[in-house]
Design a protein around this ligand. Structure first.
Ligand code: NAD
Ligand code: UD1
Length: 346
């Protein structure tokens, strides 16, 4: 809370990309923690109805400005209105790996121009705290598992991944040049799930690329069969292994990161956000079937180009420093995902 003319005001946070999948869940977590949320989004990969869901869950509709972060003067006007914000969570970016390979300049332009504009405007309006959405993709194919924040980064294997590696470097250089700014880089592993209410969740455009929405759409009979990419990896059951983190746990980590910076954490901090547990594709499929009782027809397909055989997080740094842990049981995550999918199908 900030005392302003004797009146208590909630601390305001600008959430770019706040209408999207992770941004809408984070807006819920922020509002439930007493923050005042303003969403900047151009709805290029989301629907404004996600904010209706946030309003139903929390009782408060975040203020919304339809703005393209890559358009400096439009973004400046939006920042001007909210120059009293104490922090920015920057989710706004394109995220489809294959699309980034096909159209790299679209990805560099959107993701990097957006970030650079945000940094320049935070400096101009003296907003000190940034949380940035990075990704486990920065680790490439790691030699040792689980990966810690000290694990060496590898050259990006896609323009999308490139925007995350470059984004982290741009932020480090900027905070180094302007020490009044602080940043937290959050490296997400594989976010899955939906709000337990089933009112907000992931809304993929067209045929999903990612495993979880493909599973739920197959279970809902929207897709005939799930293609499981590869069963001959050097992993315990031959299937690829990932660290699937509940999106509500991920959302809470953003609140923890903000509180950490607001209570004095400075410079640039980096945290892995995962469960610390690897699950294979088939373990996730079987987990979904047992959590929901709904079968998922699948067939084994060839390996997908560019897939890392196995990666999962050591997230103990976030536990020690942010006092945060991913603790939603997988069965709850999968049940919430299915509730959301059924709401969509209806
Ligand atoms: P999403 O597409 O659901 O949300 C991104 C939001 O940003 C959308 O609402 C979109 O309309 C908006 N947006 C995009 N470009 C914009 C621009 N120029 N101006 C204003 N708004 C813009 O994606 P998400 O899954 O919620 O991902 C959020 C962030 O987390 C992204 O930066 C993504 O790269 C990162 N990330 C996601 C995952 C994942 O698996 N979902 C994993 C690692 C990192
Ligand atoms: C991918 C991106 C990553 C991005 C993340 C979230 C690649 C190489 N990596 O991660 O950069 O941050 O999405 O957007 O694209 N699978 C199937 N069948 C499917 C879909 C997936 O078997 O229909 C398997 C994949 O082979 C993989 C696992 O499921 O082993 C997870 O895949 P996915 O959900 O796409 O995430 P990542 O590839 O880990």
């Amino acid at each position: 809370m900030i005392v302003h003319g004797g009146v208590f005001m909630a601390k305001k946070i600008i959430v770019t990309g706040g209408a999207g999948y992770i941004g809408s869940h984070t807006s819920v977590a922020l509002q439930e923690s007493g923050f005042d949320v303003v969403v900047f989004d151009n709805l290029s990969n989301s629907n404004i109805s996600s904010l209706d869901g946030v309003a139903k869950i929390t009782g408060t509709r975040p203020e919304f400005i339809n703005v393209d972060c890559a358009d400096f003067s439009a973004l400046r006007s939006a920042f001007m209105l909210h120059r009293d914000a104490v922090g920015v969570i920057h989710f706004a970016a394109f995220k489809a790996v294959g699309e980034s390979v096909a159209n790299p300049t679209m990805y560099y332009r959107n993701n990097l121009n957006g970030l650079i504009n945000v940094l320049d405007l935070m400096r101009e309006f003296e907003i000190p705290n940034l949380v940035f959405s990075s990704s486990a993709t920065v680790y490439g194919t790691p030699a040792v598992l689980p990966v810690t924040e000290q694990t060496p980064l590898q050259p990006a294997t896609s323009p999308y991944g490139g925007t995350k590696v470059m984004g982290e470097n741009i932020i480090r250089d900027t905070v180094h040049a302007y020490p009044q700014m602080h940043a937290t880089l959050l490296r997400y592993f594989n976010p899955i799930g939906a709000h337990p209410s089933g009112l907000i969740g992931e809304l993929p455009n067209g045929v999903p690329n990612n495993l979880m929405p493909y599973i739920t759409q197959t279970a809902a009979r929207i897709r005939p069969v799930l293609n499981v990419f590869g069963d001959d990896y050097d992993t315990p059951d031959g299937f690829c292994v990932r660290d699937y983190i509940d999106v509500n746990d991920l959302a809470r980590a953003h609140v923890a990161a903000l509180n950490y910076m607001l209570s004095g954490g400075d410079g640039v901090s980096v945290f892995n956000l995962g469960t610390g547990r690897g699950l294979s594709v088939m373990e996730l499929v079987r987990g979904f079937e047992s959590a929901t009782g709904v079968p998922v027809p699948y067939k084994i397909a060839p390996r997908r180009a560019g897939d890392v055989p196995a990666i999962w997080a050591d997230a103990s740094l976030a536990e020690r420093v942010l006092k945060w842990r991913a603790d939603t049981p997988l069965s709850e995550t999968l049940a919430s995902t299915w509730r959301w999918q059924k709401n969509q199908s209806n």
